[in-house]
Design a binder for this molecule. Structure first.
Ligand code: GAP
Length: 536
């Protein structure tokens, strides 16, 4: 599948629209249309049900520490600025960017690639924002233009090695920027904090400055004590949250994959330090299985353990669940979710002040006067185990997923094309979205075969029976074959048709989206049949 086909389908059928499209759009922001909102709600609801409400349906596997409890919260998007100072986001949550003085373009330093080329006695690094095969073609085209050569003289270009990142280049004066005509127009890389700033209250000054949260996780940490005090949860337990996060990404790209406003589904799971490695493995495997169970079962999904060098300074294990999105070069994967062992870093930072590693130990970062650089809350966020009569700061396992990235992966995986005979037996190309039934935006569609002979009335009756239980669609316009295809294109698993036989024996035809199998059931059995077939 080409990404363009999916993007076009998403717009045509109301899954996703560019934000503020009538004004030319706003880069990095996306709106979900009538079907997209249902799909994303189903993703969120599947996550909440499986991880929070019904988490005991999948008990820890044999050998895992013990059973556990799960609960949820919904914290605010704007929080006390000190939260971000102690979490490290204020100082460390940045990307490096480079600007082009000629084209005025701004790029993420780590997303520029290029190739060294020599011609006419000059050595130039030709930069591109593309990767893989596309980068090779793009750099060749740019080099020909730069050296004023025709394509037939491409052999005058001596390429010195393959595509490498700009981060390997020291001489910026020899770089031809991705959108530049002259050499040396890229600035040196500079830090760029990704948090969106705003101000709270009527006065705008440094002390009124607040931030849109870049992750939902910190809302959980700062409420840890509130949850403990207001519920009877005992360690091990998890707090879950779904909500919007905001990052001022330098180069939002690849449809919704890298947006500036997006939704996260995060769990902070609190446990004893001694059992945390087993819980880490449990959550890593459990989260991987969740995507598989919802249909990302093939080779496009993978679980990748970070090697030691990639780990955050406080972590003893991190893994990413990744998907081979079609917009990535072959063999490349994009992150859907990270599962991190965060130790006691976050709770201790909010107690004591921002932590840093010093000689293998986490200690509070000090300023030039020996005072904490950022003061913590000073509140006691430790846990007292009543049975063991022991106090400790829990360790945390954090499965952190993106609702939009998961939705995009489910859209990519669902897209299929096949050929099916039309009413006259002629082959017809069919686009079908093979969503897992739990995720399908519409669960069933009801059609009268024709708009007469009392068929619409019976179909409306069935529609009325199904609607309170499942998202159901009624359609009586056009040839029935076309109506089937319209439902296939949005992934409706079952279509129910009222036909001539219905008027005689009270049965209707049900058609399966994937197998195209058709069978008959009594019209008052439709709800039970849909429930049973979709496993709901
Ligand atoms: N609390 C940990 C945390 O936020 P992260 O890896 O930065 O970790 C977690 O983000 C998940 O949030 C990612 O795996 C991804 O699914 C989603 N995410 C992050 N940045 C995103 C963006 N700019 N657009 C869409 N989703 C994003």
């Amino acid at each position: 599948m080409e990404m363009d086909q999916l993007v076009a389908l998403c717009k045509r059928r109301g899954f996703l629209f560019q934000s503020s499209e009538i004004y030319g759009g706003l880069q990095g922001f996306w709106d979900y249309g009538p079907l997209g909102v249902e799909l994303k709600r189903n993703v969120r609801e599947a996550w909440w049900r499986d991880m929070v409400v019904a988490h005991n349906e999948q008990l820890p596997p044999p050998g895992a520490p013990s059973t556990y409890e799960m609960t949820g919260i919904d914290s605010t998007i704007i929080m006390h600025p000190q939260v971000w100072k102690c979490s490290g986001h204020y100082d460390l949550f940045h990307d490096y960017m480079v600007d082009c003085r000629e084209s005025k373009g701004r790029y993420r330093y780590d997303q520029i690639n290029g190739r060294w080329v020599e011609a006419e006695g000059r050595r130039v690094f030709v930069a591109t924002t593309l990767g893989g095969e596309e980068a090779i073609a793009d750099t060749e085209q740019k080099a020909l233009k730069f050296f004023n050569l025709r394509k037939k003289h491409a052999d005058r270009l001596a390429w010195l090695g393959s595509v490498v990142p700009l981060t390997t280049v020291a001489e910026f004066s020899a770089v031809l920027g991705p959108d530049a005509k002259a050499l040396g127009t890229l600035t040196e890389p500079r830090e760029f904090n990704l948090m969106f700033e705003t101000h709270t209250g009527a006065i705008r000054n440094e002390s009124s400055k607040t931030f849109l949260r870049p992750e939902t996780a910190q809302g959980i940490f700062v409420n840890f004590k509130n949850v403990l005090d207001s519920t009877r949860v005992k360690i091990p337990f998890g707090i879950a949250q779904i909500g919007k996060s905001f990052r001022n990404e330098i180069t939002p790209r690849n449809f919704t994959f890298r947006s500036r406003e997006f939704e996260q589904m995060e769990i902070e799971f609190f446990c004893r330090p001694a059992t945390s490695p087993e819980w880490y493995t449990y959550w890593r495997d459990r989260r991987y299985r969740w995507y598989q169970d919802l249909g990302l079962a093939g080779e496009r999904l993978r679980l990748r353990d970070h090697d030691k060098a990639e780990l955050s300074h406080y972590s003893c294990g991190t893994a990413d669940i990744e998907y081979a999105f079609p917009f990535l070069p072959p063999g490349e994967f994009g992150e859907l979710e990270g599962i991190a062992h965060r130790g006691d870093f976050d709770l201790r930072s909010h107690m004591e002040g921002k932590l840093v590693r010093e000689g293998g130990e986490l200690v509070v970062e000090k300023d030039e006067h020996g005072q904490p650089r950022y003061r913590g809350s000073g509140k006691d966020l430790s846990y007292f185990d009543e049975v063991a009569k022991e106090r400790f700061v829990p360790h945390v396992i954090e499965p952190s997923a993106g609702a939009d990235r998961a939705t995009l992966a489910f859209l990519c995986e669902a897209y299929c094309e096949d050929e099916q005979p039309d009413e006259n037996g002629a082959p017809q190309k069919r686009v079908v979205m093979k969503f897992h039934p739990r995720l399908a935006p519409i669960k069933a569609a009801v059609f009268p075969l024709v708009k007469k002979d009392g068929m619409p009335e019976v179909a409306q009756e069935i529609y009325g029976q199904l609607k309170p239980h499942f998202h159901t669609f009624y359609d009586e316009k056009g040839a029935v074959g076309r109506r089937y295809r319209r439902q296939d294109e949005v992934g409706t698993p079952l279509c129910i048709t009222v036909d001539g036989q219905t008027l005689q024996d009270g049965t209707v035809t049900i058609r399966d989206r994937d197998t195209l199998e058709q069978w008959r059931v009594q019209k008052d059995q439709c709800a039970a049949e849909v429930r049973q077939r979709l496993g709901m």
